[in-house]
Design a protein. Structure first.
Length: 162
């Protein structure tokens, strides 16, 4: 498969559409876990997960044949670390190395920038993500801010770069 990684603006329509697809998928995966929670908890979790455009270091798009968008990922800086955010692979790109290519590009860019590690937050309802990250050398770490209070059951990982 031909795959090209391209940096795009955070508000690129293709990246926005893929993130909407991710939101829908996560709603299905986590919906029963958060059903009936107090509105304040939902609002706090939403705030913790929000990535403000001015925090984004890069938005990367994976493009397949005919420049078809197959996946996207965003990265932001948390202290000296880079945080991998919002990785999504479209159904047509799954099992074709798209998630691996995007994550590898994040690792290369973070290493080149001098970041000591890349961190990320995910959850048990996303076993495909956990498998990808562990296959790329990410190891479990304690839940970190901003997720401690609102998502203490998160699965968090790091990949040391030095």
């Amino acid at each position: 498969m031909t795959l090209r990684i391209e940096e795009v603006a955070v508000d690129d329509a293709r990246a926005v559409a893929l993130r909407a697809m991710l939101d829908d998928d996560l709603g299905h995966r986590y919906g029963a876990l958060v059903a009936g929670e107090p509105p304040g908890v939902t609002a706090a979790r939403t705030a913790a997960l929000r990535v403000h455009p001015d925090e984004v270091l890069a938005t990367l798009l994976a493009l397949g044949e005919e420049a078809r968008p197959l996946g996207q990922v965003m990265v932001r800086r948390l202290g000296e670390d880079w945080e991998l955010k919002r990785l999504i692979v479209a159904p047509t790109g799954r099992r074709r190395g798209v998630g691996r290519a995007l994550t590898s590009e994040v690792l290369e860019r973070a290493r080149a920038s001098g970041a000591p590690r890349v961190i990320l937050q995910t959850g048990a309802p996303q076993p495909e993500s956990v498998a990808l990250y562990t296959s790329l050398g990410f190891t479990p770490i304690p839940v970190y801010e901003p997720y401690v209070a609102t998502m203490p059951q998160s699965l968090c990982f790091e990949r040391m770069l030095s």
